[in-house]
Design a protein around this ligand. Structure first.
Ligand code: XMP
Length: 510
């Protein structure tokens, strides 16, 4: 399988670059610049390298630099923004930083005839975001694009297949960016488009069959997409030797525990142990109102329950985690502010004796995990499930979590979701759910005063959940949900719709 290395210099679009390459069915891996040497790049057999952008200036001694030997590996390189300046700097060119040089936003790009720009008009729009620029390209390089302000918006040394672009071809604002990346990976690097979910499934099954032969393998199943896909994949590879422990913390949505058990346990014949631990979790959560405390308690207890089950099974050789690529990146960063502690990241049992950890999906993005799931024959509704937080409904109940509140929320949420499905709007929002606010207010029912809880309905539209818009659901759907919730559920006398985007709010309320 041909693969491209995305060498990360701290750019904000590094994931996007890998995504774009993989959308062309060429496998791309992101590696931080300080975690791989030119020799290792050579040995890994990459067909091409993309240097990402980064926030620094090459002349700053603390900025990320790289061994110039990479330029002589004979492997094509495309440098983007800082990556382009770095190539120029390493090869002896001159970088300048001037007020005049900085550009931000959509800029007209003038390109010359070059393999990188095949199929692209000589004048098009690109996305720029830089202060520094390449003032003098290194010897052997020629300028192949410019803008009104930037004398060298792209350069190349065709004989060494080294390319640098000051703009960002990976963002959609660069109108022909996709075509430029295609030109790089196919025409310049000569990659074959052979990264497909079916190949991934076949290769992984073969690989784990051999690697895990005769081993006892344990997987913590949450019922979410990632761990379900990992479970089915490994079940296909090693069958009975895979034991899945499904910890039902009692904070799942209506009918969810049974659905997971039936689908994965019965339908797929996975060796599955369901642990009903509702009481255990509720007693730990009793009296707790702080959202971060709730998250920590649930994450911790999840591991303790899992450990207790594992101990009963005796010695385990391998532990499987359903970690996917964005988890690896997010948990690896460490220096960004903690907004919420995502409970499925990084929490590992520390008293189970096992020899190694296997993460079969660690290189995949969410959409790729879904493709793999479909390829494995997992039902569409499981694979396309909306995201559900690890701490479950506990972070959708503001204030203390009790069994009574959980039941109220479960029913309200089920009604809201049912009405959305009935209206054929499942694809109109990326995520939709109910929240039980801790607010009680006065209402009237029949001739009597009521004093009940307020349910908030939330629906958001987003690509990546980093930012999100509130979804403009039709009023009649909201009206139907509101009227059913207040009529059918005791204890609720008011329903509101959350019209806040992220930021400033987050998707979940806690
Ligand atoms: P926020 O609330 O941070 O949510 O805007 C962004 C997305 O992440 C989901 N979410 C979680 N997912 N474990 C998860 O697996 C968690 O602890 C967790 N907390 C939030 C949330 O549902 C939304 O899709």
């Amino acid at each position: 399988m041909d693969k491209i290395l995305v060498l990360d210099f701290g750019g904000q679009y590094n994931q996007l670059i890998a995504r774009r390459v993989r959308a062309e069915h060429v496998y791309a891996e992101i590696k931080p610049f300080n975690k791989i040497t030119p020799l290792e790049i050579k040995e890994e057999g990459y067909k091409g390298i993309i240097f990402t952008g980064g926030p620094n200036s090459v002349y700053d001694p603390s900025s990320p630099h790289y061994d110039p030997a990479v330029l002589d590996l004979g492997i094509p390189i495309l440098g983007i923004c800082y990556g382009a300046q770095l190539i120029a700097w390493m090869a002896g060119g001159e970088i300048a930083s001037a007020e005049m040089g900085s550009e931000y936003g959509k800029i007209t790009l003038y390109t010359s005839n070059n393999i990188l720009f095949d199929g692209i008009p000589s004048e098009s729009i690109c996305w720029m975001s830089h202060n520094d620029f390449i003032k003098t390209p290194p010897e052997g390089f020629s300028v192949i694009a410019h803008t009104d302000k930037c004398p060298c918006a792209a350069m190349c040394d065709e004989s060494r297949k080294l390319y640098g672009v000051q703009f960002h071809p990976e963002v959609t604002h660069t109108v022909y960016g996709k075509q430029m990346l295609r030109n790089f990976i196919f025409s310049i690097c000569g990659c074959k488009a052979d990264w497909k979910a079916e190949n991934f499934v076949e290769n992984s099954i073969e690989y784990y069959k051999a690697r895990l032969a005769g081993k006892k393998v344990l997987l913590a199943l949450s019922g979410g997409v990632d761990s379900s896909v990992a479970a089915v994949l490994l079940n296909r590879a090693i069958g009975e030797n895979l034991i899945c422990v499904f910890v039902d913390h009692g904070l799942l949505r209506k009918g969810e525990g049974d659905y997971v058990e039936n689908t994965l346990g019965r339908q797929f014949g996975i060796n599955l142990i369901r642990v009903n631990a509702e009481e255990r979790f509720l007693s730990k959560l009793s009296g707790v109102i702080d959202p971060e405390k709730k998250r920590k308690i649930i994450g911790e207890e999840f591991i303790r329950v899992f450990e207790d089950e594992a101990k009963k099974l005796g010695k385990i050789d391998v532990l499987v985690q359903g970690t996917i690529y964005p988890d690896v990146i997010e948990s690896g960063k460490g220096d960004s502010a903690v907004i919420k502690s995502h409970h499925n990241v990084g929490g590992l049992p520390d008293v189970i004796a096992f020899e190694e950890i296997v993460e079969p999906l660690r290189d995949l993005f969410k959409d790729e995990v879904r493709q793999v799931g479909i390829q494995l024959g997992i039902p569409h509704e499981l694979v396309w499930r909306q995201p559900f937080p690890g701490p479950g409904l506990a972070v959708r109940i503001i204030g203390e979590v009790t069994k009574e509140k959980l039941d109220i929320l479960r029913e309200s949420d089920a009604i809201f979701r049912e009405e959305i499905v009935k209206a054929g709007l499942e694809n109109a929002a990326s995520q939709y759910f109910a929240v039980l606010t801790n607010l009680q207010s006065v209402g009237v029912m029949g001739d009597a005063r009521t004093y009940g809880y307020t349910i908030a309905l939330r629906a958001v539209t987003t690509d990546d959940f980093m930012t999100a818009e509130w979804t403009r659901l039709p009023h009649d759907v909201l009206e139907k949900a509101s009227s059913r919730i207040t009529n059918e559920i005791k204890g609720i006398n008011r329903v509101v719709y959350d019209i806040t985007s992220k930021p400033p709010a987050t998707v979940e309320w806690e």
